[in-house]
Write a protein that binds this ligand. Structure first.
Ligand code: BG6
Length: 493
């Protein structure tokens, strides 16, 4: 492979220190990075290379102390340099171009990965700045068979704050870059347990035959967080849980569970199927938003610095969605997520139908539980299958039991890398399967937009409140109980 430079915009920020550098360092430790990879940090601070490296080293020691090794760090840091520049100054992109040509030694086939670890307000301007300075232009056009000289742009979330702004941002990006050059991050897709969903479904034969409306009674996706909004209140108060978690992470998990098998594991084949699922989701009408959603806020939220007085921003939501296609017709998908809850847990529960006929003579009141398959995304990563077993030494009593798979038992305690390792490596290798395509992101906004609008309309459900450290608002229980169902939990035991 030709030489590659990774340019990190927003290099003095939290994401670079906390996630990107530890991931790159670990990839290098494992020998996975392309030989000769250079890392160039772009930020406004008046640092030189040594100061920048010191800053990154401190981050690594703080956020990934287990992996840190001084000698290894020195070898890694030798490839790290700093460029002082301002994202608002077009001339700085010209200077960046000169700097890149200098570090690349003028090699025409040198590759560049531009990583936008900046605030979202810079995504459009940086793409435009790169375009105007001729830095988006691929040197040896890959479509003509030349492998070198590629330019790729990695973009963090949030990608827009509604359909219109996401569409506008896509247009801005496409003015400088082609879609195949753009890699939009949803870090949930970099989680091994999320990637494993497709392997679980399509590398086995026994699950797919029951993965449909004939056997599945409901699907529940829960992303519970114990952290509160912390120092991000300024951003969060403008976003809220739907934009922060549902438009991206929860809908991405839903597509992995609901999609049809692609013919191949290539980026477009996979993403085509995900887009089809998003298009099949029935939009919630604005006037019916109270029947299909719950919104709530943890009680202390308004005390956080940066939160507007009397803020109506929800920190918790529950949604019922329907996927209108042959596979899923009539199967509700319940999604919920919130902050400041009792524990952190991301799980997907596929609840199967009860047996059609019960031949046993159970004691009065004894009801068979439905079988459930729990995909435990985090923590306690694994998969649990719950089914009924005969209670020994009873005539006809049953109890639910679990068959468990845990990644740590099968693959070792530290087998699961951080999501950013996979994503950075894939972007460097040109594999976009785990990145969100432009049309996919817009399709997701098409589902979230009417709910956001409904919540700002007279049809909005009341904003409920819940205690920090609780399981969430009581209304979420009542919401699902009205469908004759209950939230299930199958992981973490
Ligand atoms: C981010 C959200 O995308 O995901 C945060 O902006 C949230 O609010 C985080 O806390 C959750 O990620 P994880 O990997 O901890 O589940």
């Amino acid at each position: 492979m030709s030489d590659t430079t990774l340019v990190i915009f927003g290099a003095s920020g939290d994401l670079t220190q906390r996630k990107l550098i530890p991931a790159l360092y670990n990839l290098q430790r494992k020998g996975r990075l392309p030989a000769g990879l250079r890392i160039l940090g772009f930020a406004r601070r008046p640092w030189d290379d040594a100061e920048f490296r010191a800053q990154l080293r401190a981050g690594l020691e703080q956020f990934a102390p287990r992996d840190f090794d001084a000698a290894r760090w020195e070898a890694f840091a030798a490839a790290v340099t700093y460029f002082r520049g301002d994202l608002n100054t077009p001339a700085d992109f010209e200077l960046l171009g000169q700097k890149l040509a200098e570090v690349e030694g003028g090699a025409a086939d040198a590759n560049r990965l531009y990583y936008l670890a900046t605030g979202p307000e810079y995504y459009g301007p940086v793409a435009a700045g790169l375009g105007a300075a001729g830095l988006a232009q691929e040197a040896g056009a890959p479509e003509n068979g030349s492998r070198g000289g590629w330019r790729r742009l990695v973009i963090e979330k949030p990608f827009g704050r509604d359909l219109e702004s996401a569409h506008a941002l896509n247009r801005e990006l496409h003015a400088a870059f082609q879609e195949r050059q753009v890699y939009r991050i949803d870090h949930y897709l970099g989680k091994e347990t999320a990637q494993n969903i497709l392997f679980f479904r399509f590398a086995n034969t026994i699950f797919e035959p029951v993965w449909n409306r004939n056997y599945v009674y409901s699907v529940q996706i829960t992303v519970a967080e114990s952290v509160d909004v912390g120092h991000r209140a300024g951003y969060y108060d403008q976003a809220g849980v739907l934009r922060d978690m549902f438009q991206n992470h929860l809908l991405q998990l839903l597509t992995l569970v609901a999609m049809e098998p692609p013919a191949s594991f290539n980026a477009d084949a996979v993403r085509n199927e995900k887009v089809k699922v998003l298009h099949a989701i029935r939009p919630i009408p604005v006037e019916a938003v109270a029947q299909h959603t719950v919104r709530a806020q943890y009680r202390k939220y308004r005390d956080a610095p940066g939160v507007a007085p009397g803020s109506q921003t929800p920190t918790y939501a529950a949604l019922r969605l329907h996927v209108d296609n042959w596979r899923w017709q009539g199967v509700p998908f319940y999604l919920r997520s919130g902050k400041s809850l009792s524990s952190k847990s991301t799980e997907i529960i596929v609840q199967f139908r009860r047996p059609p006929h019960v031949m046993f003579n159970f004691a009065p009141g004894h009801r068979l539980s439905s079988n459930t398959l729990s995909i435990c995304i985090q923590p306690d990563e694994g998969i649990h299958l719950r089914f009924e077993a005969k209670v020994p030494d009873s005539a006809q009593d049953t109890r639910s039991v679990d068959m468990d798979f845990h990644f740590r038992d099968s693959f070792g305690e530290n087998a699961l890398p951080d999501a950013y390792e996979r994503l950075l490596l894939d972007a460097l290798n040109g594999d976009a399967s785990l990145f969100t395509r432009g049309d996919e992101i817009e399709a997701a906004w098409r589902i979230i937009d009417p709910v956001l609008k409904g919540w700002e309309s007279p049809h909005a459900p009341p904003l409920h409140f819940y205690e920090s450290g609780s399981a969430g608002p009581a209304e979420a229980e009542a919401f699902i109980a009205r469908d004759g169902r209950a939230w299930l939990s199958g992981c973490g035991h």
